[in-house]
Structure formats: C-alpha cells, structure tokens
Design a protein around this ligand. Structure first.
Ligand code: IMP
Length: 439
C-alpha cells in the first residue's frame, strides 16, 4: 500500500496542499480522557492514524475482542487493517520500548513497514534521557510528577539542537558519531554510556529492527492528503498539559493542542476538517500542579475506584474531581474545538448529586470565569458549583444520547451551554461498542 504514497515531488504541478481531510482528536483536560478508544473507533473510517506529539509517557487503553491492550507509542488505528499508523516528527521515540510494543501488537494486528511509518524527523529518547528525568525529579524542590520516561530531557535536547533523529539513529555510522560527540562533550553522558552497557546495547540493537519503518512520513502524508485520504491525528496527554497553554511547569514538554498538531506535522491549517475534544464527565490529573475541582473526599475515592483511575503507563493513582467548565471552555477556545466526545458518563451513574464547576472565586480577584496563567492564582481558586440530581439507574451503553435518563441529559445540556460546543458522542464503557450517538 505504501507504494501509492511514494511521491517524489513534481514542481510542474500545484503544491500538495489539500482541503479538509484531517480530523484532530485532542485531549481536552489533563490527559487520560479516553482518546485511544475514539482513535480506535474512528480509525476504521480513516486511512491514517497519526500521533503528533509525546512519547511513551502516553498510555492508551483499548479493549479489542475483550482483550485489554495498552498502547504507548503506536497509534490506536493499528488494529484496523486498512489503516496506516504514523509516528510523526513531533513525537519522541523510545526505540527499545517501541520494538517491544510492536511485538505485543503483532499478536492482534499486522506489523509491517507498509502499515507503520516512523518519521525520519522524529527525535529519539535514549537511556540517558530517562536517567536525567529521574535525577531531575528526585532533586527538584517541587517535583513535576513526570512519568520518568525521559520525555522532558529528550525534548530539551531537541530544542538545544544536540539530539539524535531517527534518520541518524538507524544508520550505525551516524549513530556512532553522535554517541562519540555526546561522550566527548559531556563527561556525565560518557560515564553513563560506560556504566549502563546493557541499556545502550539494547538501544543500539533496536535500530536495526526499526530501520525499515523509518521514512519521510510527513511528505507522504501531505501527498496522501492531496489524494483526499482521511487522516486522523491523535493527541497524547491533554490541553492543560500543553507546554504553552497548560499549567506550566506542571505540563508535558510538547504541544498537545490542535495548533501543535498542525505545526508538528507540517500540514496546512486548510486541511483540518474537524477538531474534536475528548473529555471525561469528570476530571482527573496525574502528577503535581493545581487542580481546582479536585475531590479529596469519599466522592473522589468513588470516582477513582469505579472509573479505574490508575495510570496506564505508571499505574499511579489519578487525582479525581468534578467537571470543570471554566477549564473546558478554555480548552474549547485554545483548540478551536467543533465539538466534544464526553467519556465515562457511566461512572457518574449512581452518585446522588453531581456537580459542574461554573466559575472560580478568588480572594483578591473575586468571581472569575477564565482559566488563569498564574499558577499561584489558580491554586487559590475556590470552585463555584452548580449541582444536579444524579441518575440512579445504570445507563444504556449503546444507542442514542436521547436514551439517557433525563437527569443525565440535563447535565450534558448544561455542559454544552457553558462550553459553547455540542457533545457529539458519549462514552459509556471501555469497549469499542460502548457509546451513544447524538440522534
Ligand atoms: P512527562 O510527560 O513524563 O514529562 O510528565 C509531565 C506531566 O505530564 C506529569 O504531570 C505527568 O503525570 C503528565 N503526563 C504525561 N503523560 C501523561 C498521560 O498520558 N496522561 C496524563 N498525564 C500525563
């Protein structure tokens, strides 16, 4: 199939800028909104599923034929035979972890260079980056609570222009030169290289296994888009973890938002057809940083237990809280969202009274409805809630949103009103079939 996209360029024709074949699925909160499930579902209808940022800090849990699968780097569309999965240039790649993930996926789907493309422009996470991440976290006065997967240090090196791209990683000579250069300029790196022989040997071995998957993925994608192929861009983490627009420094080191997707991929804004925000009917956060609607009581525990809110990558317990319409509205604006998919409505079922945060109260600023950039201010906010009667019965897991109990529909309608975009689909369970459609 990849032959179709082996376009070498032609200056006699119009540039390959297409219109409207790209859908961006973006995390609308602090990550873990359940994006993987939707990429899996929508992947069926698209030709490409593309990761545009992050690395193996992400964990997308899917249930394929009742079997639980956790993907960290490969886009969830890999389980659809007609779909090509792409790790694009905004991603940082842990090669050893990727080889392992490919082996796991192989038991359920075809893993072949015609089905998985890795951008030659993507940067590599090395064992050194993981060491730096752990060290930085252990030495920090206020740790960020990273996944310790080396994400921040890998992106730092990319920005410092000292990093290794997949292009060079897969060529032994270029890789050796890079290692020599790093070792001669940084004694700590040289020490690590000598000490962690096993990790570096695995790192070197993985290069040969990934070589055939590496290609000029963005070039091929632009060409495919010009042929009208449908492209689904899959964000990792969430808007409030974006390095620019999130709760810095308690963020990840990449651009998680829709604008980031365009920039990272090198596609035209004109090619974007839809931006869909994935949110949960409540909010969770892993790691440090302010979280205005956090519930430190029994309800928080219920959400955590019932919603199985434990990190897919690190197993850490997620902090849980009520739906925050102030933060969601911010996310709608930052991403230019057309609509949202609201996950985990089933988890709220049975809670006698549910709440939506509709504003914040601040000791100095009074009542505010915008999401502030100043973290000290955000930490001082008291959420203002509207309360809604809960819906007792277990909800239907398939069918239409109009099948929901009236209380649940009122809750959704208020979210739509406050956030200014429609709720297009409702997630009602972990499986591929578990969702309700707007009738
Ligand atoms: P890093 O991305 O590992 O550097 O971690 C930075 C922050 O982002 C920490 O608060 C992490 O808990 C958070 N984070 C990273 N990946 C995810 C994710 O997939 N879901 C939710 N939070 C994440």
């Amino acid at each position: 199939m990849s032959e179709t996209y082996e376009f070498r360029g032609n200056l006699e024709t119009k540039p390959v800028i297409n219109d409207s074949t790209v859908t961006i699925l973006v995390g609308a909160q602090w990550g873990d909104e359940g994006k993987g499930k939707w990429v899996d579902i929508l992947g069926n209808r698209s030709h490409f599923s593309v990761r545009y940022q992050g690395g193996n800090n992400a964990g997308h849990t899917l249930y394929i034929d009742g079997k639980k699968v956790v993907l960290h780097q490969i886009p969830s569309g890999v389980f659809h035979p007609g779909n090509i999965s792409v790790l694009s240039c905004g991603v940082v790649i842990n090669p050893v972890a990727l080889v392992k993930e490919m082996a796991e996926v192989k038991t359920l789907a075809e893993v072949h260079p015609s089905r998985i493309w890795i951008s030659s422009r993507a940067h590599v996470i090395t064992p050194w980056h993981m060491e730096c991440d752990s060290l930085q976290e252990s030495q920090a006065e206020v740790p960020i609570g990273t996944t310790k997967r080396g994400i921040g240090p890998a992106y730092s090196d990319k920005a410092s222009r000292t990093s290794l791209r997949m292009e060079d990683y897969i060529h032994p000579e270029a890789r050796s030169k890079w290692l020599e250069r790093m070792a001669s300029s940084n004694p700590s790196f040289a020490l690590h290289l000598a000490k962690e022989e096993h990790a570096w040997s695995e790192f070197n071995k993985a290069a040969a296994l990934l070589k055939d998957y590496v290609c000029e993925a963005e070039f091929r994608l632009r060409y495919a888009a010009s042929l009208g192929k449908e492209i689904l861009l899959e964000g990792a983490q969430g808007t409030l973890l974006d390095i620019n627009h999130g709760t810095y420094p308690f963020v990840t080191s990449s651009n998680t938002t829709a604008g980031g997707a365009i920039g990272n991929l090198g596609i035209s804004h004109r090619s974007v057809k839809h931006v869909i925000g994935i949110a949960k009917a409540y909010v969770t956060r892993v790691g440090g940083g302010p979280f205005p609607t956090e519930l430190l009581d029994e309800t928080g525990e219920i959400l955590c237990e019932k919603g199985r809110e434990f990190g897919a990558t690190t197993g850490r317990k997620r902090r849980c809280g009520w739906f925050d319409a102030v933060a969601m509205r911010y996310s709608v604006e930052v991403n230019g969202m057309d609509g949202m998919y609201l996950n985990k409505m089933d988890i709220l079922a049975g809670i006698p009274q549910v709440k939506i945060c509709v504003a914040y109260d601040h000791p100095r600023l009074g009542r505010v409805t915008h999401f502030p950039s100043d973290l000290k201010v955000l930490a001082e906010m008291t959420p203002v809630y509207e309360s809604f009667p809960g819906w007792k019965s277990d909800i239907k897991t398939k069918g239409s949103i109009s099948d929901l109990p009236v209380e649940a529909r009122k809750f959704i309608a208020r979210i739509e009103e406050l956030c200014g975009v429609p709720v297009l689909k409702i997630g009602t369970g972990p499986g591929r079939e578990d969702f309700l459609l707007r009738s």
